[in-house]
Write a protein that binds this ligand. Structure first.
Ligand code: ZN
Ligand code: ZN
Length: 267
């Protein structure tokens, strides 16, 4: 009985379906739990809705999102456990902001994802002007480490998200990566096996098998996320994900309630 902790819905502006549609899709997929985790508002770029259209919900939308998740949880109570979450950006220097924001939000878990290095999105096709791939890789990993240390997050989202547009240098098993995994372990955060990499044609999930194997070796716990942006992608490729985790040595996965983690055996 698996969980899908990484899902979106129409509020972020680039996903379809309502929150309840994702919960219903999870029931059809036979999941034990569905986690709702839409993109939180972007704070470090200000609240101009036209600055980054279709990226995340507006800042004023957050209370309605939190309230609607609670409604869906109550409505689906007899069919499936609905966990309340959010995928929250981490930006260097914003530790206190995000720690405080999520502290009293009544969530079950918070996914911390590095989507931004300052004003540069990791999904942009070109590197930031004047910066090499190696420099970006270094800053990206330092940002991931800071996210883990910040205490604002329970799960680090798509750990190697930088590979999406080909910005990961080929030699990705580096001392900086090992250092990052030590930080994840000592900060006691969890990673996700995010299956959307397969759907995006990357030929592997986030993180890829090499990084996942190193996460396992460092004892960093793992959970599951489809990163569904449409209800039909809930739990996508989960049997494949379980098989990969087992093959790499994982025996358990993480579940969250009230920001407390428990480990349960993989099916
Ligand atoms: Zn998204
Ligand atoms: Zn993300």
């Amino acid at each position: 009985m698996l969980v899908d902790y990484h899902t979106h819905h129409r509020r972020c502006g680039h996903a379809s379906g309502e929150l309840i549609d994702y919960a219903r899709a999870a029931v059809r997929s036979g999941l034990a739990e569905i986690g709702l985790s839409d993109h939180s508002p972007i704070y470090h770029l200000g609240d101009d809705p036209h600055a980054r259209p279709g990226t995340a919900m507006a800042q004023g939308e957050l209370p309605a999102y939190l309230a609607e998740m609670r409604q869906v949880q109550a409505e689906m109570r007899d069919e499936i456990t609905v966990r309340l979450g959010v995928e929250s950006d981490y930006v260097l220097g914003w530790d206190e902001h995000y720690r405080t924001l999520w502290q009293d939000a009544g969530l079950d878990y918070v996914i911390g994802s590095v989507h931004w290095l300052g004003t540069w999105s990791i999904f942009e096709p070109a590197l930031p002007p004047g910066r090499s791939a190696a420099q970006v890789y270094d800053e990206y990993l330092r940002t991931v480490q800071a996210a883990a240390r910040s205490g604002a997050y329970d799960i680090i989202g798509h750990l190697d998200g930088l590979k999406t547009r080909g910005h990961l240098p080929e030699l990705s098993l580096t001392p900086q990566l090992e250092e990052t995994l030590r930080v994840l372990k000592s900060a006691d955060v969890t990673i996700e096996l995010n299956t959307s990499g397969w759907r995006k044609g990357l030929g592997e999930p986030y993180p890829g098998p090499e990084w996942l194997a190193r996460c396992c070796a460092h004892g960093v716990p793992v959970t599951f996320g489809s990163d569904a942006h449409r209800p039909e992608d809930v739990a996508a490729d989960f049997p494949r994900a379980v098989a990969l985790l087992r093959q790499l040595g994982y025996t358990h996965f993480a579940r969250f309630e009230g920001r407390r983690r428990s480990l349960v055996p993989l099916p």
